[in-house]
Design a binder for this molecule. Structure first.
Ligand code: SF4
Length: 296
């Protein structure tokens, strides 16, 4: 359970009996999620999981931010944006998801099964692992790569999109469900960087400081005399985060910000005004088609 939109919807569906109940939910903590995610997880645990008898297991392989800057720690590389000495852009291989999320989850599954690593999980012992993937991202749904886990994607089985999940969350008072990802994930788009900068100055300071600290690559490689040849950045412009053009809107964001085209008078009359109408109340908000004018 990442504690984002889809996995929150999944937990609520199970807790409220619309899906089978769950034996547990596992949250893999990279220790660098936004504060809003931790607060949301606490609320979910208190208001949803505990009353439904679903334990939330918080597991962790360490603090991804601290590990990247610690010369004594093995660095599971983040997908940092690289500027090579010849000016060509590159990207570091992503190992962090496997190291900080998938491995601790599998470790916990084995622990719950009673066969912790390196004990072999006997043939025939298997858990059903639910993953919160909605139908609009079905290409992300994969079979498990180990015999003791069978993946299931109940949101896809239900035919739910992300918007369906959002509607459900709104109905149940969880409309503030945040996006879950590491604060300094290089996959953030400008909208996410702006959100951190504009809504959480302390977290913004934290990611800007990390971006500066990671410029010559991870601490362990540098300490081992194996420095990065180019420079590493969190923002895809390959500029320091504090100078990166994060106020630039994507084409989609730009389109979303344009005021909607006015509806035609016919459409407004067809749908009715937002606040409803009765035979005796005035529909003064609604434009009147010229032929109705004439009729009046
Ligand atoms: S959110 Fe980003 S940085 Fe964090 S584990 Fe996932 S890919 Fe890596």
């Amino acid at each position: 359970m990442g504690a984002g939109v889809q996995s929150t919807a999944l937990l609520l569906l199970a807790a409220r009996g619309r899906l089978d109940s769950l034996d547990g939910a596992i949250f893999a903590d990279t220790k660098w999620e936004p504060e809003t995610v931790y607060r949301h997880l606490d609320r979910l645990e208190r208001e949803v999981a505990q009353p439904a008898g679903i334990p939330i297991h918080r597991v962790s392989a360490g603090d991804i931010r601290a590990d990247a800057l610690n010369p004594k720690k093995r660095f599971a590389s983040m997908p940092l944006h690289i500027l090579n000495p010849d000016g060509k852009p590159g990207m570091m291989r992503r190992q962090c998801t496997s190291e900080y999320k998938i491995k601790p989850i599998k470790r916990q599954v084995r622990h719950l099964l009673g066969f912790p690593h390196p004990t072999r999980v006997p043939k025939g012992i298997c858990v059903e692992q639910w993953i919160g993937i909605s139908i609009d991202e079905f290409h992300r749904a994969k079979d498990s790569d180990v015999r003791y886990i069978t993946n299931r994607h109940p949101l896809i089985d239900l035919g739910w999109t992300r918007d369906d999940c959002l509607t459900y969350l709104r109905e149940l008072g969880f409309e503030s469900t945040p996006k879950s990802a590491c604060l300094g994930c290089p996959y953030h788009g400008n909208a996410q960087w702006r959100k951190i900068r504009d809504e959480s100055p302390q977290e913004w300071e934290d990611v800007v400081a990390f971006d500066t600290a990671i410029r010559s690559g991870n601490a362990r490689a540098n300490a081992a005399g194996n420095p990065l040849l180019g420079q590493a950045f969190l923002h895809r412009s390959r500029l320091p985060l504090s100078e990166a053009p994060i106020d630039r809107l994507s084409a989609r964001e730009w389109a979303e910000r344009q005021p909607p085209l006015p509806e035609t008078a016919e459409e407004v009359l067809e749908a009715g005004v937002e606040d409803g109408c009765s035979p005796w109340s005035c529909r003064s908000d609604a434009p009147v088609p010229s032929d109705y004018d004439q009729a009046a």
